[in-house]
Design a protein around this ligand. Structure first.
Ligand code: V47
Ligand code: SF4
Length: 400
């Protein structure tokens, strides 16, 4: 739970609902569902940002963290290919473009980590019948043997449940085996929006919200920490978003095992849902993206870290979000595939220099962290904003 916040800028708030929320923040009282809804609905976006920024600064000051990580997607073959309507990445086994890496290919892709900078592999893929427990055990053992210094954040709750189903094992036994092979933490993907009605519409056959929570609970009980996400900006209601946050907050109260919350902005290009909804380009708007991040910061009072996924919301929006409650950026990434299958126009990765420029441009202090959020090195004092540098960088990303 959050400590009471001092010096809140109450006189700068224009929405009485935000004044009510500020009163709770000042006494350390928890926000309830109605408060979360007010955050999503308020017309006073700047006021919301001021509150989220105050909550963030109380925890992290001016420091913004990032990890030097590399995404690896070992297979895009997925049994849910036709039922996850929002996904443009998955393929059926014989479909054009389907792939499954051999161990040699995984190691070849991972070779980028030989630069010594990469400290985390983020490994997720499809629900592939040919990629069972042995496939991932072999992969994690090989990665640890070749890159012992690199943390393995791998397999969403949905993938863990898939492996358990095909191996006829419990979630816990799968997690125990994978941990022994080198798994360190779980990423937060696969949450989508927990509401059963929404899932029915966008991902009918996917692991349900309660089971997503169940897999994360099982992981936390084994000492495996994890991230969590929410896919927003498709068919969900604001009430669905609030319910989703409530389920995450409840599990965090119970286990304390979540490291970070990452809202994921839905992208409508090149997927069935986008075509059905008749949308193209960016489905979410900048204000909605900021509301998602700021509300996450305020409502999830038992989370230390709110991460902005720059690949989906753009580097420019991510930079602004550093004043709306965000203290962490998805890292260097190297070669992102899932969002680039659905029309993301951002680059597939950023260099260390680019990440530093983005953070410094917001007037913040960049700090490289490890996968458990321990700061490894900070990059100097706060520098004055550098809009010119960022503009150059944004141009590059548009070309990318
Ligand atoms: O689960 C799929 C989402 C997720 C689309 O834990 C889409 O540190 C938008 O979970 N539009 C995978 N989103 C990515 C993910 C993630 C990313 C960065 C960091 C972490 C972490 C986790 O991508 C999927 C799904 O929710 N996704 N298709 C789409 N059309
Ligand atoms: Fe498969 Fe995940 Fe895509 Fe769904 S979102 S089709 S589970 S890869």
């Amino acid at each position: 739970m959050r400590a009471p916040l001092a010096n809140l800028p109450i006189d700068r708030l224009h929405d009485p609902a935000l004044v009510r929320i500020a009163g709770k923040l000042a006494t350390g009282e928890r926000l309830d569902r109605a408060d979360a809804l007010s955050c999503y609905q308020t017309g006073d976006l700047i006021g919301l940002g001021l509150l989220a920024d105050a909550a963030n600064r109380a925890l992290h000051g001016d420091v913004v963290t990032f990890a030097a990580n590399q995404h690896i997607n070992p297979t895009n073959v997925c049994v849910l290919r036709t039922t996850c309507k929002f996904c443009g990445y998955a393929r059926l086994p014989k479909e054009q473009g389907a792939y499954r890496y051999t161990m040699a290919q995984v190691l070849e892709e991972a070779a980028h980590a030989a630069d010594g900078l990469t400290k985390e592999f983020h490994i997720v893929g499809g629900l592939d019948m040919q990629a069972g427990l042995a496939y991932y055990e072999e992969m994690f053992r090989a990665l640890k043997a070749n890159f012992p210094h690199v943390h393995i954040k791998a397999l969403t709750a949905v993938e863990i449940a898939h492996i358990a189903r095909i191996e006829k094992m419990s979630w816990t036994d799968v997690l125990i085996a994978l941990k022994a092979a080198g798994l360190d933490t779980l990423p937060g993907g696969g949450a989508e929006t927990f509401s059963a009605a929404v899932r029915e519409q966008i991902a009918g056959k996917k692991l349900g919200g309660a089971d997503y929570i169940g897999v994360h609970r099982a992981a936390h009980q084994l000492g495996i920490r994890s991230n969590c996400t929410m896919l927003y900006g498709h068919v969900e209601t604001l009430e669905d978003r609030v319910e989703h946050l409530m389920m995450l907050r409840d599990l965090q109260d119970e286990t304390g095992g979540f490291l970070a919350f990452i809202p994921l902005a839905y992208h409508p290009d090149d997927n069935e849902l986008g075509a059905t909804l008749g949308r193209r380009g960016t489905a979410t708007g900048g204000t909605d993206d900021l509301r998602m991040l700021a509300t996450g910061r305020l409502f999830l009072d038992n989370f230390l870290h709110i991460k902005s996924h720059w690949i989906m919301v753009s580097q420019a929006l991510s930079q602004v979000s550093l004043h709306f409650g965000v203290n962490d950026l998805e890292g260097t990434v190297v070669r992102e595939k899932i969002y680039h299958a659905v029309g993301a126009h951002t680059p597939q990765g950023m260099t260390l220099e680019q990440v530093l420029t983005l953070i410094r441009g917001a007037g913040k202090v960049p700090a490289e962290r490890d996968s458990f959020y321990k700061v490894l090195r900070t990059f100097g004092d706060v520098r004055p904003p550098a809009p010119a540098l960022f503009a150059t960088h944004a141009r590059e990303s548009l070309q990318g």
